[in-house]
Every structure is written in structure tokens, then in C-alpha cells.
Design a protein around this ligand. Structure first.
Ligand SMILES: Nc1ncnc2c1ncn2[C@@H]1O[C@H](COP(=O)(O)OP(=O)(O)OP(=O)(O)O)[C@@H](O)[C@H]1O
Ligand SMILES: [Mg+2]
Length: 246
């Protein structure tokens, strides 16, 4: 069975990620923040089910992800998601595009895990019963049901990150943007996240310094000083990245 088989590509869920994938297009995007150029005339399209993004600290990776949901506005150029403008139609884009922030504290609204997850769902118009079901399913999917009644500020960094991911997945987005999802995780949770990622029916764009996490992706993009300098299969791009930064 090849990897292009939809059942396999969708992992255990049997859902074909390509059926969900959105088309994200950057057209001549420059972002200047506090006089520094964070992105420099970036033109690139993303439509694959799995895309990795690598680059050194400060190279522009988080800025690139934030442009997709209109959190950072281009100084020049534009970003579109399935034809919607990322600045003008950010609300619609965010309904279909989840974002797992580099710092999970950015994601958290309510003090208790279950309430926090429920809040996002109620905000999206789900009924009380649907909300309870979806919270339960998201916690189960990440094997963190035991955290449901814990206070979030008392959780470890890794536990917070998993809770934040549960909150994103509960909303059933088409695309999830992951900003260094394994940064706070121990080996066991890192491997759990890798497995979740592999089985995810959603499209995933993954920024990571954990290169093994994206090593089997069909496409990895390397950013350097705000510019795309490599774009291709993971092994080629990661070899170049390692070689360039020995
Ligand atoms: N809120 C901000 N205000 C001003 N400049 C910013 C802001 N956020 C990021 N920058 C600058 O934009 C550039 C790109 O930052 P960005 O966060 O996108 O890098 P990154 O590739 O995600 O780095 P890291 O691997 O450290 O997370 C950096 O020079 C950074 O200092
Ligand atoms: Mg970053």
C-alpha cells in the first residue's frame, strides 16, 4: 500500500487529509516589525496535507504562521486561504484554521482545563451536549482525560501544550498550524504528539526545531532571514539545513 492511499494517508481515522486541505497562498509578503524585516518578499503556496517549516531562531517562522490567520499583517503583499484574504476575512479563516502557539499560555482563557476547552466550543456555537462530547473526545484522543478538572496554571509546560492542542482539535479545523509543538514535551509526550500528528486527518503545517518530527514529510520549507531558501522533500531540505548550520 502506498502513502498516496487515502486510508493510509489519513491514518487510523481513514480520512483523507487531502480532502480537508486548504490552499494557502503568500504573494510577495513582506513583514516589517519594529524596523526589522521579519519576512522578505515571500511568495509561496501550501496545499499539501503535511508541510514542515525549519529555520534558525528569528528567521520568521512564527511570523509566517501568524500571517495565515491574520494575526500579523503584511507590510506589503497579501496572504489568502482558500481564496479568502487573511486580513479582511480573518474570522472566517480562523474557523477553519487552528493555531497551536509556541507558548501555550497564549491559548488559555479559563482556569480549569474542561471549562477552557468548552469555552472555545460554545464560542463556535456548539450546544452544551455537543460541547461536552467534543471536549471528552479531544481529551481522550490525546490521552489526557485525567487533566480535565485540573487548574491550568498548575499544569506543567508539556501538559499545557497538550491541553492547548486538545482545544484546537475539538474545534475540528481543516488546517492546524503548529508552532514548535514539541518544545515543552518529554520524550513520551513528544512521541504521543508525533503519533497524533501522523494520524491527524487535518492538514498540518508544522514549524519545528525537532527535525525528526518533520523528517518523513513530503515537503519541508527552509526559511533564512525572512526568505524561503529551500523548498522540497524533507530529506533534501533537512540535509541542506544541517549542512548550512554545522
Ligand atoms: N512582536 C514583535 N515585535 C517586533 N518584532 C518582532 C515581534 N515578533 C517577532 N519579531 C521579530 O521578527 C523576526 C522574526 O521573528 P519570528 O518570531 O517569526 O522568528 P522564528 O523563526 O519564529 O524564531 P524562533 O525559532 O526563535 O521562534 C525576529 O527578528 C523577531 O525579533
Ligand atoms: Mg517562533
Amino acid at each position: 500500500m502506498s502513502d498516496t492511499n487515502p486510508e493510509r494517508a489519513g491514518g487510523a481515522t481513514g480520512v483523507d487529509p487531502r480532502a480537508l486541505a486548504q490552499t494557502i497562498v503568500f504573494s510577495g509578503v513582506t513583514v516589517v516589525r519594529d524596523g526589522r524585516t521579519a519576512l522578505d518578499r515571500v511568495s509561496i503556496g501550501f496545499e499539501e496535507a503535511r508541510i514542515g517549516i525549519v529555520g534558525l531562531n528569528g528567521s520568521g517562522k512564527s511570523t509566517l504562521l501568524k500571517c495565515i490567520i491574520g494575526l500579523v499583517k503584511p507590510s506589503a503583499g497579501s496572504v489568502s486561504v482558500d481564496g479568502r484574504d487573511a486580513v479582511g476575512e480573518a474570522r472566517a479563516i480562523r474557523r477553519a484554521t487552528g493555531f497551536l502557539f509556541q507558548d501555550p499560555d497564549n491559548q488559555i482563557v479559563f482556569p480549569v482545563v474542561g471549562e477552557d476547552l468548552g469555552f472555545g466550543l460554545k464560542n463556535h456555537g456548539y450546544s452544551r451536549a455537543e460541547t461536552a462530547d467534543r471536549v471528552e473526545a479531544a481529551l481522550t484522543r490525546l490521552a489526557i482525560r485525567h487533566l480535565a478538572s485540573r487548574r491550568i496554571h498548575e499544569l506543567s509546560g508539556g501538559e499545557k501544550q497538550l491541553v492547548a492542542l486538545a482545544g484546537v482539535l475539538a474545534l475540528a479545523p481543516k488546517t492546524v498550524l503548529f508552532d514548535e509543538p514539541t518544545a515543552h514535551l518529554d520524550l513520551k509526550n513528544r512521541n504521543r504528539l508525533r503519533d497524533v500528528l501522523q494520524a491527524l486527518p487535518e492538514q498540518a503545517i508544522v514549524v519545528s526545531h525537532d527535525l525528526e518530527l518533520v523528517a518523513d514529510f513530503p515537503r519541508v520549507v527552509m526559511i533564512e532571514a525572512g526568505r524561503i531558501v529551500r523548498d522540497g522533500p524533507a530529506d533534501e531540505v533537512l540535509d541542506h539545513y544541517r549542512e548550512a548550520n554545522r
